[in-house]
Each structure stands twice: as C-alpha cells, then as structure tokens.
Design a protein around this ligand. Sequence first.
Ligand SMILES: [Zn+2]
Ligand SMILES: [Zn+2]
Length: 336
Amino acid sequence: MARSFHAFLVNDLFGDPALYVSLPWERRSLLFDLGDISVLSAGRLLKLTDVFVSHAHIDHFVGFDYLLRVLLGRPKGLRLYGPPGFIDHVEGKLDGYTWNLVEDYSFAIEVHEVHEHRVLTARFACPEGFRRRENPTSHPFDGVVLEEPQFRVRATLLDHRIPCLAFALEETVHLNVDRVKLEAMGLPVGPWLMDLKRAIRGGAQAEQPIRIVWSEAGSRRELALPLGELRHHIVRLSPGQKLAYVTDAVDSPANAAKIVSLAWQADILYCEAAYPARDSARAAARFHLTAAQAGRLAAEARVRRLTIFHFSPKYRNCPGDLLDEAMAAFGGRATG
Ligand SMILES: [Zn+2]
Ligand SMILES: [Zn+2]
C-alpha cells in the first residue's frame, strides 16, 4: 500500500516518547508526544503545526521549551492538544520565563484541553507576554480533536492513574495515480500531481484548471486540464492510511476496549511496552502496559503492524525479550 504519512519515533526504544509524522502533500508535520526532541532539526520543528500530548509526565512534555525556543520567531501559530489540566500546565511553563522585548513577534499558541465530553480552548499570544487571553472556550467533544479535508485525528482518554490521551491519525481517503493511464494520456510525472491531489482533497470544483508544466527536449511545455477530467481518468480512490498512538495506560478492560476501538485495523499501531510480562505486577502498579499486553491489544485491534516503544531503562540489556514477547502475543510483525 502506498504511504501517505511518513512517521518515525524520534528517540530509541528507551528514550522519551515522541512520534514525528510528516504530511508530504503540504510540507507540514504533526507530533505525538513532546518528550526530549533535541535530536530533531530546526527544519523539522518549523514544519510542526499540531502537537498532541498524551499527558504531562515529564518524559512526555519536557520538549515543550525546546520547541517554543525554535518556533518563537515564526509568524505561524502552534496548536497543542492535551488531557484535563493541560491548559494550566502550558500556562505554568510559559509563566516560567520573562516575556518582554517580544512585542514584534506574532507567534501564538492555541491549547485544546480534551475532556470526556468537551474540549476547552485557550490562547496564549507572544506579543501579550503569553498571558492567557480569556477564560477558555468550550465545545462538545465527539471523539475527533482535529478534522481537516485530508485527515482527522481522533483521541480517547485512557486510565494511567491520571487521564492520558491516546490518538489515531486517519487519512480521509487515499488518492492513487494510475501511472498507465497517465502515460497513455501523454502526461508527465511531476509536482503537478501533488497540486491535483491537494485540489481534490480540498474539494475544488471540477472545472478548476490544473497547470501541468514540464520540459521536453530542452524546451518548456505547459498545459492546463480541468480537475474533473484528470480525476476521472487518472485518480483512483482507496481507503486512507491509519496510524494509532497509545502510551502510558494500565491493562484494564475499560482501557483495552477503548484502545481496540481507537486502533481498529490501523496500518501501524505505536504502542508502549514498558515492561516484560514477568514484571506485570510492577507494570500494573505503575499503570503501564507490558509487551505481551501490547501484542494482545494489537492482535485484537487487527492492526497490520505493531511498533513498540517506551521501554523501561531497567531492560536496557535485554530489549529483545520485549520485542519477542510482543511479537509472540501479536502473531504478526512487531518492530521496535
Ligand atoms: Zn506517564
Ligand atoms: Zn511515560
């Protein structure tokens, strides 16, 4: 299956959680969890528009300052999503610094705090010294925290002794280009195909012309064809890609039901596997999953692939035990 999202875990299996996902069709990226992200280049950080934080334990949120430092001079804003109490956590971080001499910056942060049935939103703008502008606004929460023409992000609250968010990123529909048809029509492969997909996803009218520019035998050629005609002849639709991100949750029937429903038939499930099954009592006491539990959840959710991460440093000398255990329970392809 063609990939739409390019996703990778920022750190190694024992490092802080952070999953970087680029959306190649719009030079833009998303981040799931905000642990230590100092290995990411400024170029990658500057592409971030939305960051989804599972909870505010330090290993999931310590990257906030580093990200803010890089984005501060950027004209665009940043959207953050987190569990109950998250607006106060962001405010507390921002209050930790002195904000004068920044009136020329236009950077602002919009914080969405996800509760069981509603989402609270607050704004912090740099020229105003990141003071919370007003009381948060509230709107109903139906399971989707971000809805765009190309994709949506779902969220659900899990029990980690505190509420902790798990996320699913779903491409609305996958657009494939029929290369044989393209060639038959004498059209070249090129960046214009990205423009075409963007226009289709954005709901553009069938009459909208799509410019096709290429060079042939050293001379520049140009053509414009209506979007509707191109869509009909060379674009095939298939179900979109789905990634799920689950971390820091106790193994309980309520959590399992929510995880299976959220990750249902995902192409890749990224799931924590903090402990091996032999230390399941320790995992339960700390409200974490074992590798075997991660594998079973992946199998139950019928995901195509399981990637486990967030290993406790206690197992630094035996990561293979956790990988083997998850793989055995999953019965499919588990990678770290
Ligand atoms: Zn935690
Ligand atoms: Zn954690």
